[in-house]
Design a protein around this ligand. Structure first.
Ligand code: NAD
Length: 358
């Protein structure tokens, strides 16, 4: 039976980059990959058509699909509408409705792009980190939260950092399983010296780690991790951390690679169903001009093949095709350097699809 992929282009450059990811998927279909592509609206495009960023039909199709491939959502056009109806709510709604608790953010530096990093090439050469961020718990969701007035009349803001043992162990397990397929090292990042909640985090991760004796587990305080990421980033293989620490560290790690347009991500549930998307936004400043980099979305397809469809062979083929195209010197504007060939979104996508076929 063919597996279903729900394609959600979204807003801004979303439809442009998604067209190229679909081109790659179609090329794999011709090569025998048995998948069915279903298309729907999300974000601002859905708000314009149906008055909500996450129409019931889109959610139904997402639940039915084996994987969701998303472009990006948002843009200035929708910034003044009610916050509950903003495009980003479509994305957050999908994550919570589908129970996507594990966010995987690789930071990989393609050798051809070493000069795009703001760090010296010898510091980042060969960089290949996987950040596993807990996505549905922690301080972004804990209760109580809000702003309240104290008895003395002063206002105070409150957010709560809370993790249950089961939430910690399931994300730890995802990290260890991934490490088993990579460099077999997990660094758990917490603030156990100050926050009791992350003291529990450290304890539970250590317990889960006993089931993975082949994986070397270390622990690091988040302030040190932020520093080590720019000092000696290659020391890391898999990093596992809380929602908020992961939010910050994954953006920091992304920047080590120099281009936001290159990086994919995955958000998985317990059964490895996933939503796959590039880490960048809808880039309204360049939307509609055919210049956006589609490689982050194409590499999200590779993650989908690896994690949901368990086709590491095809994932590698897509990644090798991207490398081959970069090695030929093709560059979209965001990663262009002197001496390379500047191409647009469609040309880049076509080149990757052609490299896949060859
Ligand atoms: P952005 O990631 O859209 O853009 C930041 C900068 O990077 C811009 O200069 C943009 O041109 C460039 N850029 C991004 N993707 C690129 C690509 N593929 N190729 C070439 N250049 C690229 O972030 P922003 O400007 O802060 O946000 C714009 C909109 O996107 C906002 O509405 C924001 O809420 C939304 N957003 C959505 C997501 C998502 O859908 N996951 C994530 C972040 C931001």
């Amino acid at each position: 039976m063919s597996r279903k992929v729900l394609v959600l282009p979204g807003d801004g450059i979303g439809p442009e980059i998604m067209a190229e990811a679909v081109r790659v998927l179609e090329s794999l279909q011709h090569g025998g990959l048995d998948i069915e592509l279903v298309h729907a609206l999300v974000g601002g495009a859905a708000y314009d058509a149906a008055g909500t960023p996450l129409p019931a039909e889109t959610l139904r199709l997402a639940r039915e699909a084996d994987a969701v491939l998303l472009g990006a959502v948002g843009g200035p056009k929708w910034e003044s509408i009610d916050i509950a109806l903003r495009p980003e709510k479509g994305l957050l709604g999908l994550r919570s409705e589908l129970g996507l608790f594990a966010n995987l953010r690789p930071a990989v530096l393609f050798p051809q792009l070493a000069s795009a990093s703001t760090l010296r090439a010898e510091v980042v050469a060969g960089l290949d980190i996987m950040i596993v961020r807990e996505l549905t718990g922690g301080i972004y969701f804990g209760q109580p939260r809000g702003v309240r007035v104290r008895a003395d009349g002063e206002r105070e803001g409150i957010n709560t950092l809370v993790y249950r043992e089961s939430e910690i162990s399931r994300i730890a397990r995802v990290a260890f399983e991934i490490a088993m397929k990579r460099g077999r090292r997990v660094c758990s990042v917490d603030k156990a010296n100050v926050l009791e909640c992350t003291g529990l985090w450290r304890e539970v991760v250590t317990t889960v780690g006993r089931d993975y004796p082949e994986v070397a587990l270390t622990h690091m305080y988040v302030d040190n991790a932020a520093m080590q990421l720019v000092r000696a980033p290659r020391q890391f293989d898999v990093i596992v951390t809380t929602n908020m620490f992961g939010d910050i560290l994954s953006d920091e790690a992304a920047m080590l690679t120099g281009s936001i347009g290159m990086l994919p991500s995955a958000s998985l549930d317990a059964a490895r169903k996933g939503m796959y998307e590039p880490i960048h936004g809808s880039a309204p400043d360049i939307a509609g001009r055919g210049v956006a980099n589609p490689l982050g979305t194409i590499l999200s397809v590779a993650m989908m093949l690896r994690y949901t469809f368990e086709r590491a062979d095809l994932a590698l083929r897509v990644e090798r095709a991207v490398e081959a195209v970069l090695a030929r010197g093709l560059r979209t504007a965001d990663i262009y350097t002197d001496g390379c060939t500047r191409v647009g979104t469609a040309e880049m996508g076509a080149a990757v699809a052609a490299a896949l076929d060859s």
